[in-house]
Design a protein around this ligand. Structure first.
Ligand code: GLP
Length: 260
């Protein structure tokens, strides 16, 4: 796992944007795995800004989002479809026909989950998967105790996730209780992963992911099994790590090392 610790939130976002932009420039027909959540918003804003400045085009890109809430139609204000349109797709030349998310309002959500997995395979898999992390160590909506061999399926959200999502909905009742999410094995099949975690509230989960045992209790720890994973942290999210000196030594200021 490549652990890059940046001095500030802003620097961490710029570093993550550099990696995504480099991927799109290197292969204009690449397939990106996209994530949602508050952490991704400034990253998407930075990418949209760079696109508008002419740094890269997304016309050749295919994307697959990690997850969507069961029961929400694409035009629901709390849906990840809406989030992606507002945060990235509408601000770039991303072709909407190749921007995939699970359909939250599918009549048969289980069949939709299986079909989504098949669509990723048919597209040739994901080149770069973006990830955030939940305070309980979840990636996508793979909550603690999710099978490390799991595929795209329906997950029941934990109380802590419902609580974290409450701010996006008007009433408690509206907060979705289920999501269709890529599984952990689905995520691990991406050719490269890039996880961004910012702030003190993510420090414990980041430490468990990077330095804890590989365990379904911290689904993000499964990334220890992935040979091409980069984790970008700001100082606050890195504050509970034990080997901080080593990470700074290998990647001073979050830069590449001499051999990577
Ligand atoms: C949701 C998403 C995750 C995301 C997490 C953290 O649960 N499904 O993909 O990583 O939120 O969100 P935030 O960045 O707002 O802390």
């Amino acid at each position: 796992m490549k652990v890059l610790i940046l001095p500030s939130k802003e620097a961490a976002i710029l570093r993550a944007a550099d990696i995504v932009a480099a991927q799109v420039r290197a292969r204009s027909d690449c397939t990106l795995g996209l994530a949602t959540g508050g952490t991704m918003l400034p990253l998407y804003a930075e990418l949209a800004k760079r696109h508008q400045a002419g740094e890269f085009s997304m016309t050749g890109v295919t994307s697959f989002n990690l997850d969507e809430y069961v029961g929400l139609a694409a035009d629901h204000p709390g849906s990840y479809h809406r989030y992606m349109a507002e945060a990235l797709f509408d601000l770039t030349d991303m072709p909407i026909m190749r921007a995939h998310l699970p359909r939250g309002d599918a009549i048969d959500p289980k069949a939709e989950a299986m079909d989504y997995e098949a669509r990723i395979a048919k597209a040739g898999g994901i080149d770069l998967q973006l990830l955030g992390i939940g305070q309980n160590g979840h990636i996508g909506f793979n909550e603690p105790t999710s099978s490390l061999g799991s595929r795209t399926r329906i997950k029941t959200l934990t109380d802590s996730t419902l609580e974290a999502n409450r701010r996006y909905f008007d009433t408690d009742e509206e907060v979705p209780k289920y999501a269709i999410t890529m599984g952990i094995a689905t995520i691990l099949e991406a050719r490269a992963c890039l996880l961004l975690a910012l702030g003190e509230s993510k420090a414990e989960a980041a430490a468990a992911m990077i330095e804890g045992p590989v365990s379904a209790m911290c689904p993000a720890s499964a990334l220890q099994m992935h040979a091409q994973t980069t984790v970008i942290l700001d100082e606050a999210a890195a504050s509970r790590l034990k080997l901080t000196d080593y990470y700074h030594h290998v990647h001073p200021g979050g830069r590449e090392s001499d051999y990577s």
